[in-house]
Structures are given as C-alpha cells and as structure tokens.
Design a protein around this ligand. Sequence first.
Ligand code: FES
Ligand code: FES
Length: 159
Amino acid sequence: MGDFVLNVNGARFRVTASSEETLLSVLRNRLNLTGTKYGCGEGECAACTVLLDGRATRSCLVSAESAAHAKIVTIEGLEQNGKLSVVQQAFLDEGAFQCGYCTSGMILGATSLLQERHNPTEAQIVAAMEGHICRCGTYPRIVEAVKRASRSLAQGTRR
Ligand code: FES
Ligand code: FES
C-alpha cells in the first residue's frame, strides 16, 4: 500500500492504494471522476485516456502511484467557468459522437494532439487518433471535429 497525493484537474487528493491499482480505478472509484471510461482495461481502446503532464495517456495502463508527481487532467477538468474547451465545443458542433462512450478519450487525445501540433493534416489527425476505438463508427465526424478545433485555435480561440 502506498500513500500519495494526486494532482487532478488542479486539485490535490490524498490517496491510499496498492502499487498495482491503476490510475483509471482511482479516478473512477475513489475520486468519482467517472467521465474517464473503462473500455478494455488492456490499453487497446483509449476510452480511458487522460492527460498526464499534457500527454494523452491510457489510465488503465499506469498505476495511480506512478502518476503521483504528474499534472493529471480528465474530461471533467477541461471546461472552465462554465465554458467548454475548444475541442469539447468542436465535438459538440460536429455531433462527433453517438453513444458517447469513447468521447472523453477522443477529446483528450485530440487535445493532446493539438497542443503538440497546431495545424495537423487529416492524415496526421487519423494517425494520432488511430488507437481510439469508436464502436459507433463516428470516425468521420471525429476527424471533422478535430479539424474544426484546429481552425478555432488558429483563429485565436483559447484552450
Ligand atoms: S480501457 Fe484503457 S485502453 Fe481500453
Ligand atoms: S460514440 Fe459510441 S463508442 Fe464512440
């Protein structure tokens, strides 16, 4: 058992967990941040994606303890002062979801991509989002949403 502090969405949480307990488990089951989804639990679907120090990370593959020194952002942390992030708004505007199960991971994956690469080509978007599985098959709209977010950011819309 380890006793450590997680920095999630700008708040600090003291957690006691075994060294094997995943970040996904702690986020969902202890911190009640259920926007981060459990899909495969094996690193194959990206439904559980969060940002660790700005980088898209599958939270089912890392122990919570190993994330103790990182800045963690979940889907709940993107909206600020009642305003959706640019990527969230773009997904909404493009209707880039059906059941929505993959959407948190998609949005965080796209957020990470656009922080690294401000004006990605369609091929770069597809490559970056490739590991994200959408069982509803909304991939074309997801690509359009990422393009829309990229345009919005280029026009100076923050976040
Ligand atoms: S639940 Fe983590 S990759 Fe599928
Ligand atoms: S919208 Fe249903 S899994 Fe992607």
